[in-house]
Design a protein around this ligand. Structure first.
Ligand code: 13P
Length: 282
């Protein structure tokens, strides 16, 4: 079923697992992602940056996600990742995205509250779920560099969630976007303090840089949406580069795309298996 993130995250909270949210960069990536979820009987969140959404066409992402959700009998949410512009949010909702992230984390705290709650009112009135963010997640995303600034503080979480009726909250506990060469050091005592003050589903960004050995502790502390982007991007690009380099220029393109898509399927499948709480070895 094509759905919002809300029922997916609340089912995850009941049993203590987390839902994988995977960044797609093109339409090619969607079938292997969604088929991997179907094979494991798991829900999946597909997310796109506003830039990718505009490149592919928002309605195209919606059409493919809806079709695959129906044909493959799997729960799929399509989420706009890190939107800072209200126009992007309105366009995504109009196109049929089932979920949006409003990222007001660069704004002064009170302005973030006001703007996030406005987005919640607009989106909820249209049956679309909302993720908000407080604290700054470092690293590079969609070519934009962010300093690793302030980690999310529990008192801010309480104040923010008292005013903002969002469906999920992205927090900063030491992750960085785009970290694929090494792994990050997470501040687990901070996460535990945040989890102690709220039941709201929490979101980890920069999942590529998180050590897989840390997943169980994240899931035990309220992380219900887990974003993975760069690992898929790097895997897809490396496989495509290899195939294209070895290919005659007039070889049917699918022969070069299939290995790249298979890499995406394998990474998504591996991650979802771990997110369901099943220990596996690579
Ligand atoms: P990575 O690309 O570092 O895995 O992060 C993905 C993400 O958090 C998207 O918002």
């Amino acid at each position: 079923m094509y759905t919002t993130i809300t029922p997916l995250l609340s089912a995850a909270a009941q049993t203590g697992y987390t839902v994988g949210a995977f960044n797609a960069h093109n339409l090619e990536m969607l079938p292997p992602m969604i088929q991997a979820a179907r094979d494991l009987g798991a829900p999946i969140i597909i997310q796109t940056s506003a830039g990718t959404a505009r490149y592919v066409g928002m309605r195209n992402f919606v059409a493919v996600c809806r079709t695959l959700a129906d044909n493959e009998a799997v729960d799929v949410a399509l989420h706009l990742d890190h939107a800072t512009s209200i126009e992007d949010i309105e366009d995504a909702i109009t196109a049929g995205y089932s979920s949006v992230m409003y990222d007001g984390s660069a704004l002064p705290f009170t302005q973030n509250i006001v703007a996030s709650q406005r987005v919640v009112e607009y989106a909820h009135a249209r049956d679309v779920s909302v993720e908000a963010e407080i604290g700054t997640i470092g690293g590079t995303e969609d070519g934009i560099e962010h300093e690793h600034g302030n980690y999310t503080q529990p008192e801010e979480v309480t104040a923010f969630l008292d005013a903002v009726d969002c469906d999920a909250l992205a927090i900063s506990i030491g992750t960085n976007h785009g970290q694929f060469r090494d792994k990050t050091q997470l501040d687990f005592p901070l996460l535990e303090r945040i989890h102690a003050v709220t039941d709201r589903p929490l979101v980890v960004h920069g999942g590529t840089g998180v050590d897989e050995a840390d997943y169980p502790r994240l899931m035990a502390n309220g992380i219900r949406k887990f974003n993975v982007g760069t690992e898929l991007l790097v895997g897809w690009t490396r496989s495509a580069q290899e195939a294209l380099a070895a290919s005659p220029v007039n070889r049917s393109l699918r022969h070069n795309m299939i290995p790249a898509n298979d890499t995406v399927r394998d990474v998504v499948s591996h991650k979802i298996t771990l997110f369901l709480g099943v220990p596996v070895q690579r």
